[in-house]
Ligand binder design. Structure first.
Ligand code: BG6
Length: 482
């Protein structure tokens, strides 16, 4: 089923090679690609960190991580041993001079060279400088950086400038892992691969759009990071913004990095400032089973939001008058990411106002149970006259495509292989990130200046009542989180 795109031999260096992201996502992702046969025989993955460690100890650590984070049945001892043979380790002092020479000695001129900065953003500039100063980077060297890409516009500009001193934009791969999700890429396939939707895809025919990314997890364990960020910085500025872009953008002329990113940038720039009463922030309150937010982050006075809902407007021809409601939060009722396109009612009902006719609705489920559901109106079967009902034209990808095709690759594995292939389409360009901060900063400043406190909501609920009212007052309602 899977068609493997061959990649060139590579040297991938992971700064922060023993860190959480490397153990959870990056190395398990690479392992899956190894198993699928995509990893060239001579490919090398070099872990880099501060501690002194033998390469064998690093391999052993990663072996354990694979057992923990790769599903059983998808990792044989043989495969793990084969994969670990690609791994090496070098101790490098990112801020100092130690280790750079040794690392350089391991890199091959003929291999694609990529450096993954899986470290705190505070180190991005140091590593970029180190790579340059010690002669490890050449014109085609790629660097991969992770969110949080800045805390606001100013810090994002600084990060971009720190990288731009040594690397050209075409070498910089900024990860937003939502773009690596198979179902998120599918948004583009659905929009631009069917004639059915695009003619209706505008304010004339779409009443409103809903984007929900609901999580059941809390913030325990990452409290110190999260409490300084909140849902706006952690999720809206990046992941939900990217989803919004893919739904709202004009058709790019081709599926090529700059064509796509130019269109996304225009969407972000078209966002109107957000009115104060179009923002609802919430903070979860625990119960017998789970802690309160303030205990999770160990900050009794925290005014950080673990939930946010916003009503957004795009000031352009396509979308004027059609609101986009977006919401995301922790400790909600269910894990569910979904995009809902609510179409307008038919202009006139020939069956009478009380026939039961409903507006069409297209729901695209990103996770879990990836699929699409289009609600269409039909005649209610039976003798009751011309009564209408709406029924789902439901397609769960797993059912439609068969179990093998529905083995959705993890976002990270796709993105890392795109780095090796030199394809930036699914990565954020520097100007996109800055534009997203330029939009988010004043929204955040507005609640900070007013000392606004988030509303309490119960863990396991759908978020604060006011977030439901955000739609009710417009005569609309959210799809249920379930
Ligand atoms: C991360 C956020 O970027 O995305 C986390 O920092 C969040 O707070 C996560 O939980 C959600 O990702 P996913 O892939 O589980 O939807």
């Amino acid at each position: 089923v899977s068609r493997i795109i061959p990649v060139d031999t590579f040297d991938l260096v992971i700064f922060g090679g023993t860190g959480d992201l490397a153990r959870r996502k990056i190395l398990p992702g690479l392992f899956r690609r190894y198993r699928s046969g995509q990893m060239p025989e001579a490919a090398r993955i070099i872990g880099v960190a501060r501690s002194d460690m033998a390469a064998d100890d690093f391999r052993q650590q990663i072996g354990q991580a694979l057992e923990e984070f790769v599903e059983e049945g998808k990792r044989s001892a043989n495969d793990i041993a084969g994969f670990l043979a690609h791994l090496d380790y070098v101790r490098v002092d990112a801020k100092g001079t130690d280790g750079w020479g040794e690392l350089k000695g391991k890199l091959r001129d003929e291999a694609v060279r990529a450096f993954y900065f899986s470290v705190a953003p505070g180190l991005f500039g140091d590593i970029a400088r180190g790579l340059h100063k010690h002669g490890l980077a050449h014109d085609e060297t790629r660097i991969v950086v992770e969110k949080p890409f800045g805390h606001d516009l100013e810090s994002a500009k600084e990060l971009n400038a720190g990288l731009a001193k040594y690397f050209d934009e075409h070498q910089v791969y900024r990860i937003d892992h939502y773009l690596g999700k198979e179902t998120v890429q599918n948004l583009m396939a659905v929009r631009f691969g069917n004639i059915l939707f695009e003619p209706l895809w505008n304010a004339q025919f779409i009443d409103h759009v809903q984007i929900t990314v609901a999580e059941t997890v809390g913030v325990g364990g990452r409290g110190s990071y999260y409490d300084k960020s909140g849902a706006m910085r952690d999720m809206i500025q990046n992941h939900l913004m990217q989803l919004l872009c893919l739904i709202a953008m004009e058709p790019p002329s081709k599926f090529d990095p700059d064509a796509v990113r130019d269109e996304k940038l225009k969407v972000i720039r078209a966002l109107e400032p957000v009115a104060k009463n179009d923002v609802v922030r919430g903070q979860y309150v625990g119960n017998d089973a789970v802690a309160d937010y303030i205990d999770d982050v160990e900050n009794p006075d925290s005014a950080t939001e673990s939930f946010i809902a916003l009503k957004l407007h795009l000031a352009n021809w396509r979308w004027a008058g059609t609101p986009f409601y977006v919401r995301t939060g922790k400790r909600l009722r269910a894990r569910m990411s979904e995009i809902v396109i609510r179409f307008k009612e038919t202009p006139h009902s020939i069956f009478g106002a009380d026939s039961g006719s409903k507006a069409n609705e297209l729901a695209i489920r990103l996770q879990p149970n990836e699929g699409m559901d289009l609600r269409v109106t039909i005649k209610e079967p039976g003798p009751g006259g011309m009564r209408l009902v709406d029924v789902p034209l439901d397609m769960t990808f797993a059912e439609a495509l068969g179990p093998e095709a529905s083995e959705v690759p993890d976002a990270y594995e796709r993105l890392i292989m795109d780095v090796i292939r030199g394809n930036q389409t699914l990565f954020m360009r520097g100007d996109e990130v800055e534009a997203a901060w330029a939009w988010a900063d004043p929204v955040i400043a507005a609640w900070e200046d007013n000392n606004d406190k988030p509303r309490a909501y119960d863990a396991g609920s759908s978020g604060p009542e006011d977030s439901l009212a955000l739609l009710h007052r417009d005569g609309r309602r959210w799809r249920e989180i379930k």
